[in-house]
Design a protein around this ligand. Structure first.
Ligand code: 5GP
Ligand code: ZN
Length: 114
């Protein structure tokens, strides 16, 4: 996936502020943060979006959320709460078509989201 920016970041061919990585998951800071904490958690496997997942990806999705929760705890977000968001499709705001979880925290959030 040489044209996919998140595949390139996961392979360390494009720089990013990586805050966590293991054999399946990489997390790095968003370059255009929408909250004081804005971290992206991505699978190393290239999946375009939630639309493309199958049953074999279920454990991987669990790991993405586990990493989001772990980072939220480490970053001190638990007392005020935080969001873990997966935009799916351009109509929902997805602009990078490699599945990712946004971890957002450090400010108040409204509901419903815009
Ligand atoms: P989406 O809009 O697809 O849900 O989220 C994509 C996110 O990736 C955006 O928040 C955007 O700021 C972030 N982003 C896009 N390009 C890069 C990049 O090259 N590096 C990093 N760290 N974040 C990026
Ligand atoms: Zn990719």
């Amino acid at each position: 996936m040489e044209h996919c920016i998140f595949c390139q970041i996961a392979a360390r061919r494009i720089p990013a502020k990586i805050v966590f990585e293991d054999e399946e998951v990489v997390a790095f800071e968003d370059t255009n943060p929408q909250a004081p904490v804005h971290t992206l958690i991505v699978p190393r496997k290239h999946l375009e979006s939630l639309k493309d997942i199958t049953l074999v990806d279920a454990p991987l999705l669990g790991r993405l959320l586990m990493v989001a929760a772990q980072l939220a705890r480490e970053k001190g977000l638990e007392p005020r709460g935080y969001r873990a968001v997966i935009n799916t499709g351009s109509g929902a705001g997805q602009s990078v078509f490699h599945l990712h979880v946004h971890l957002l925290g450090g400010r108040a959030f409204r509901w419903p989201p815009g």
